[in-house]
Structure formats: C-alpha cells, structure tokens
Design a protein around this ligand. Sequence first.
Ligand SMILES: C[S@@+](CC[C@H](N)C(=O)[O-])C[C@H]1O[C@@H](n2cnc3c(N)ncnc32)[C@H](O)[C@@H]1O
Length: 212
Amino acid sequence: MEYNVIKNADKIVNASSYVVKTPKNYKNKWATLFGNKNPIKLELGMGRGDFIIEMAKTNPNINFIGLEISDSQMVMAVENLQNSNLQNIKLIHADAALLAEFFGKEIDTIYLTFSEPWPKAIDEKKRFTHGSYLRLYDKIFKKTKHIILKTDNKGFFAYSLCSLSNYWYVFKKISLDLHHEEIPIKNVMTNYEKQYLKEGRPIYYCDAIFEG
Ligand SMILES: C[S@@+](CC[C@H](N)C(=O)[O-])C[C@H]1O[C@@H](n2cnc3c(N)ncnc32)[C@H](O)[C@@H]1O
C-alpha cells in the first residue's frame, strides 16, 4: 500500500519523544525504558496509531508499542500523540521483519490489525500470519503466545486461521462479524476499522493463544 509522501517526515518522527530511535538498544530492556514491569503489547502496522493510542489511554497499567514502516503513517501517529502525556506508549519506525533485533522474550500480545492481506501466492511470505512470521514472534513472546487479529479480508482471515492452527495456536474467540455479536466483544477500533464499519463490511476477528 502506498501513502502520500510527507516532507520532512524523518525530522518530524525523530523529534517525537514517543519514538524510540534506536530500538535495538532496548532489546531485553523495555521494562527499564517504561520504568515498570507491566505487560508489553505490540501492534504491527499501526498506521496512524488510532488503536494503540486509545489502548494506551484506557489501559494505564499496560505498556503499548506501535510499529510502522511507512513514513507518512508514522508522522500521523506522532501528530496524534501530540499534546498527550502518556507514559505507557512508544512507537518504532521500522519493518516488522526486524522484530527479533528489537525484542527479547518481552512481549505479551501482538495485535495484527487490518494487516496487508498480500493476496497473490507469490507474496505469501509477506503475510503477518505466514509461518515465518509466527516463528519470528516465538522469539519475542514471553511464555504464552497471544495474537489478536482483525481484518476485513475474508481470504486473509481464512489463511490466518489455518496458519495459526497449523502452528498449534488455539482460538479463545473467533468472530465473523465483530460488530454484530450477540454478546459484544470488548473492542477498540482502528482507523481502517472505522471506515469499513461505515461501509457496512463485516470485520473478522480472532483471539489466539499458545500456552507453552
Ligand atoms: C491497511 S494498513 C492498517 C493500519 C492500521 N492497523 C489500521 O487498522 O488502521 C496496514 C499498515 O501496515 C503497515 N505495514 C505493512 N507492512 C509492514 C511491515 N513489514 N512492517 C511494519 N509495518 C508494515 C503499512 O504501512 C500500513 O500502515
């Protein structure tokens, strides 16, 4: 997906105290950076950060990290955090493929929110639920692995359920229409999710764990 080029994006991103400029330096030290031992939850491809910022605001006893590769999306996330004074959120401007360089076994939950579906077979390895990514997540999860996934893409959802299941994850919850469950599932919306909901598209959801 391509986004608008924003002038001086690097400068704006690097000026933010929420952005961790050298994430490799904090491998196995994120608790020290946050100043507490609270759980750390990570969103991959946070876009402009609506979800992770709201999660941080409403869960002060949990630490959140948003990771995003796009310059322009990072700028928007940084701008969304302006004038907030949150101690429990950090942002990383990087490719998710580098996760193991940034974290030891420190992460409690990974959120995969409206990740690129990469529908062509040739791009399968780029899907955040491909086996190679699941093996990568093993390197950064604490004892229990926990992935929460939301998407509007039925094909990507079906693929992800198979991939997670093949990798021995079990599903605490699956929804084929997150916003129309009889018993509502606790949920904070992402930017894409707000748009898709307006368009009346169903949102697929799963909460998967592996207890080692
Ligand atoms: C469809 S958008 C979803 C954004 C946000 N999660 C939401 O739901 O509003 C997917 C995001 O993933 C980011 N992304 C794609 N591949 C990535 C990668 N390898 N590492 C980090 N971010 C990535 C894109 O730049 C984009 O912002």
